[in-house]
Design a protein around this ligand. Sequence first.
Ligand SMILES: [Fe+2]
Length: 166
Amino acid sequence: MPYSLDELAKDIKDILKDHGIQEGSDKVCYYVQKALMDQNFIQNNLKDRDDQNPREILYEDPELGFCVCGHVYNQEANGSPHDHGSSWAVYGQAAGETEMTEWEIVKKENDIKLVKEKKKYVMKPGDVKFYNVGDVHSPIRKEPVRLLRIEGKNLDNVERSKIKEL
Ligand SMILES: [Fe+2]
């Protein structure tokens, strides 16, 4: 059965309304994975992008504020440790691989979070991961990748924490 962007947005909205993200994150991940398994969904929604602007908001919910985003990188893209401020996020790997590192917050100095490496893993096509509010992570992408990402709120408007590696 083909799966559409509208259906994904509706499924996520239903979960958030019925359960909230803390109880419903596994279910959100399930539906993101369902979209990733559908090659038509990937082709229709994760189209080629300019590297200056790899992120596209595919859907923004007017009521709850969550966003379904596509990220398409044509070349190596390395992120430093970050959180998403007051937002959670679900990362879904559609194509290529992401080497993800999770970081533990050891202490806070003033408003800076000091972190050390906790674990590392490779996300392959079909893999989905939930990052809660405040979870610190850093993605390394050495090859072209396509990602489907759900943001709890539009990250264009969210201030990130200041983070430093120990
Ligand atoms: Fe992130």
